[in-house]
Design a protein around this ligand. Structure first.
Ligand code: ZN
Length: 414
């Protein structure tokens, strides 16, 4: 046993870059309080129970948080994740052919599907994809991405939508999820932008969208298949007991210390293990039943049976505009004749140049983080005061001049 753990540790050390990292355990230990009462808007209409075998469809809103163009993933990449989910949760994935014969009878079709939301919380039409520029280059496993006030994007009513935040995560974290029954303002799934979906900017061994499948299954109440401790219990009857997690791409049978009596060994190809995307391909019938039980009357996900957000015919009005990347920043060098100060600024901002001709006659325009013009001033001398008192705190862009002659500065208003 000890030797096995030492070997596991050594293998882990060598395979560190190729290993899946799911941070639900550290997240739930540090942040999740299952005693938090559920709040939030409840969808209209009487509550009902699930019908046997009904297909449950979950409206999804994707919050794409970007600090660079790379992180602003395409609609096609977003859509590819939805398509992966709709195959994996319906056992329609082509690689189910790779499930070892011994495990095939255990594979389950969860009969759960996902759509990009067609109606937003205010009843307006939406693509289900929100693009938000953030000044934060990286997010920790600390929920900042879930709050606009912290550089993220506020959750949509988590009784009616599955919120997925796609952003750049600190270190090797690929994602984490909130289990059912927690704080509605934090409820949902976070996934690193380069392991989201199976098209576009996806990396190496995690390019088939299975991080999304794994994390959403956590959101639906599933635990890791090894029960998060040596030979632990994942509270599902038809998954074998495993000593610990598997990574990479094991081959059948993969026997471990606590599966001695079971000649089939670990179910390393289960979505709730930590193997590579290409090597995981099934939920069990027991896992299916556990996920679907979350939708029963009185259970945390029951409200989704009454969410109509997948049906665009309920929408009216115009969709909200999206953020775009701010115009390219120009780094102010020492020899640059234009000086902007103070920055951060609270009241007056000064634009100054050594030569009057540098500024006189040019227009200075201040944009907010949505690209909307909030101030426009024609410069008349080599030193001009721009009043910033009336602007709300945040990040702004200041553009001076036009076309190739323009200079752009990033301002922080306190
Ligand atoms: Zn996990």
């Amino acid at each position: 046993m000890r030797l096995y753990l030492i070997i596991m540790f050594i293998l882990n050390s060598f395979c560190i870059t190729a290993q899946r990292v799911c941070d639900i355990d550290s997240y739930t230990k540090n942040n999740f309080n299952s005693q938090v009462l559920e709040r939030g808007e409840t969808p209209s209409g009487p509550a009902r129970d699930t019908a046997v075998n009904e297909i449950i469809t979950i409206p999804v809103v994707i919050h794409v948080l970007f600090n660079s163009a790379t992180e602003n993933i395409t609609d096609a990449q977003v859509l590819s994740q939805i398509e992966v989910l709709n195959r994996d949760f319906r056992l329609l994935n082509a690689d189910k052919a790779n499930i070892p014969v011994a495990f095939k009878p255990k594979a389950g079709d969860a009969r759960i599907m996902f759509c990009l939301a067609q109606v937003d919380p205010q009843g307006r039409p939406t693509t289900g994809i929100l693009r938000r520029y953030t000044t934060l280059p990286i997010f920790k496993v600390a929920d900042d991405m879930k709050f606009k006030s912290k550089g993220g994007s506020d959750a949509w009513d988590s009784k009616s939508y599955l919120n997925i935040w796609v952003c750049s995560m600190l270190g090797r974290t690929m994602g984490y999820a909130t289990p059912p029954g927690g704080d509605p303002s934090k409820d949902g799934v976070v996934i690193n932008y380069d392991v989201f979906g199976d098209k576009g900017r996806v990396r190496g061994d995690f390019d088939k969208g299975r991080t999304g499948t794994h994390e959403i299954a956590h959101w639906l109440g599933l635990k890791h298949i090894w029960g998060d401790e040596d030979c632990g219990d994942d509270e599902v009857g038809d998954t074998p007991t495993q000593l610990s997690y598997n990574f990479g791409c094991p081959s059948f049978p993969r026997k471990s210390y606590c599966s001695n009596g079971d000649s089939n060994g670990d179910m390393y190809m289960n979505f709730m293990d930590l193997t590579n995307d290409a090597c995981m391909n099934m939920f069990t019938i027991g896992q299916k039943n556990k996920m679907r039980a979350q939708f029963a009357l009185g259970k945390p996900r029951n409200s989704f049976l009454r969410s109509y957000r997948c049906d665009g015919s309920f929408a009216s009005g115009a969709p909200l505009p999206q953020d775009t990347l701010p115009v390219k920043l120009v780094v102010v060098k020492k020899e640059d004749p234009i000086q902007i100060y103070p920055n951060p600024v609270q009241n007056d901002l000064y634009i100054q140049a050594k030569e009057t001709a540098t500024l006189s006659g040019k227009t200075a325009i201040v944009y907010n983080n949505l690209g909307v013009v909030v101030l426009r001033v024609i410069l008349k001398s080599n030193k001009t005061t721009i009043p910033m008192q009336n602007l709300v705190p945040g990040v702004y862009m200041l553009k001076i001049g036009e076309a190739s002659d323009r200079k752009v500065f990033k301002l922080v208003k306190l």
